[in-house]
Design a protein around this ligand. Structure first.
Ligand code: HEM
Length: 409
């Protein structure tokens, strides 16, 4: 690992922010033994996503140790296709309606628990909500003990920065699992199902070849779905509360909407706010690594097998050539407008595009609508939220605290 890679691994946001304003679009992190490039140039991103089938998608050392070696995220070819074929249809379009009651139940219960006058750590609160949603979506039941254990295990394993680096060096590529948790997960997945069940575990069971693979993919879905969505929800609420006029407009829209935020067209301004938050503060700083298998040509340059191409979401979203005044939060960029997926890709793209993108944006709208309709929150300090990174996920740090000033039934 050279000095550049060390900086990226130890202080990813500081490293990326240093390069964002003057990123050349392709930033070389390493030249030997194989080149490693952080890619944010739109033409190059298009090239990568369109030709995704010709790359290998090996595990990142940090995440592979937690998700396990048989996660669908590192599978290629027919194994990967089987998982996507199984999961994608239920995570799209009207099939998502099956999860609306689940999301609503969790969010309303979480708001019911609020006490007027209390101080709430927003990021942690959003994490609890998202994890409860994901446990129900994946396993079909709410198991509070399992959710709590999962959260503290992830917290322990995905410490960030220098501690993580030291740990990676000392433990190598071994999967770091919690046997109690693994057993509980596999048991719950085996029991999932029954008439009308939408539990994703039933689909994973059909594809996984053994219990180890089932465990890895249960962990994958829970992890991929909760940290990221929680981070985005916290950022959305943060940006709204920094701009009282925007907050009032979005609240009025939420209160006037006939449904619970599920229909994006009924809350276009909120939808734009969600996308702008995902642009400025993408929970995943970069998408998965793509490794060149056969010699190829990339932006006029020959790339040799082994070259690692990493779509750099954070860099692309802060490129001033694509987003003028990129550090300004401006929901207008997305209001009734779609930005092409080679410039804006919070969910990655190509063959590996996030399977939960629609579910996540549905959940984000529903959480924000419920919170805006039923509560009034005052941020203790809304001036500047410091982002912190766990694994590859960036979220507002622990300091983001709110006082609950009102809570309606
Ligand atoms: C705001 C929330 C979310 C964000 C920002 C996010 C972002 C991402 C990104 C950047 C990737 C990598 C894509 C690539 O390499 O091109 C990804 C992959 C993935 N995400 Fe999400 N995600 C979110 C929510 C979810 C949810 C709710 C689920 C659960 C269903 C989920 C499941 C997955 C899976 C299974 C993959 C691997 C896909 C594959 O390799 O084929 N994500 N996500």
């Amino acid at each position: 690992m050279n000095l550049r890679e060390l900086h990226l691994a130890a202080r990813p946001l500081a490293f990326l922010d240093r390069h964002a304003a003057r990123s050349p679009g392709v930033l070389e992190l390493r030249s030997t033994p194989h080149r490693r490039l952080l890619v944010s140039d739109p033409a190059a991103i298009r090239w990568i996503f369109r030709g995704d089938a010709r790359f290998a998608h090996p595990g990142s050392r940090t995440l592979a140790a937690v998700l396990g070696g048989r996660s669908l995220v590192w599978a290629d070819g027919p194994r990967h296709a089987a998982y996507r074929r199984g999961l994608l249809p239920v995570l799209r379009g009207t099939r998502l309606d099956g999860y609306r009651d689940t999301i609503d139940g969790v969010v309303q219960a979480a708001v019911d628990e609020l006490v007027v006058g209390s101080v709430v750590a927003l990021t942690q609160w959003m994490r609890r909500i998202s994890l409860r949603v994901m446990v129900r979506v994946v396993l079909g039941t709410g198991d509070e003990a399992l959710a709590t254990r999962f959260d503290s295990w992830i917290h322990r394993e995905l410490v960030s920065g220098w501690r993580n680096l030291v740990r990676r060096r000392s433990r190598g590529r071994r999967t770091r699992s919690d046997p109690w948790l693994d057993e509980k997960l596999v048991k719950a997945a085996s029991a999932a199902g029954g008439t009308g069940s939408t539990a994703l575990a039933t689909l994973l069971r059909e594809v996984a070849r053994d219990e180890r693979e089932l465990r890895d993919n249960l962990v994958t879905l829970l992890f991929a779905g909760y940290e990221t969505t929680a981070s985005a929800a916290a950022w959305v609420l943060y940006h709204l509360h920094r701009d009282p006029a925007l907050l009032a407009e979005v609240r009025a829209e939420a209160e006037a909407a006939a449904d619970d935020g599920a229909d994006a067209e009924a809350v276009p301004l909120l939808d734009a706010v969600v996308h702008e938050a995902l642009r400025l503060n993408p929970p995943a700083l970069w998408a998965g690594n793509r490794v060149v298998v056969d010699e190829d040509e990339f932006l006029g340059v020959r790339v040799t097998p082994g070259t690692v191409l990493t779509p750099a979401i954070h860099l692309a979203h802060r490129d001033p050539r694509q987003f003028p005044d990129p550090l300004r939060f401006d929901a207008g960029r997305f209001h009734r407008t779609t930005i092409p997926g080679d410039r804006y890709f919070p969910f990655g793209g190509g063959l590996r595009r996030c399977l939960g993108a629609e579910l996540a944006t549905l959940e984000l709208r529903m959480v924000v609508v419920a919170v805006l309709r039923r509560t009034r929150l005052r941020f203790l300090d809304v001036s500047e939220a410091a982002a912190s990174v766990r694994g590859h996920t960036s979220a507002p740090g622990h300091g983001l605290r709110v006082v609950v000033t009102a809570c309606h039934p």
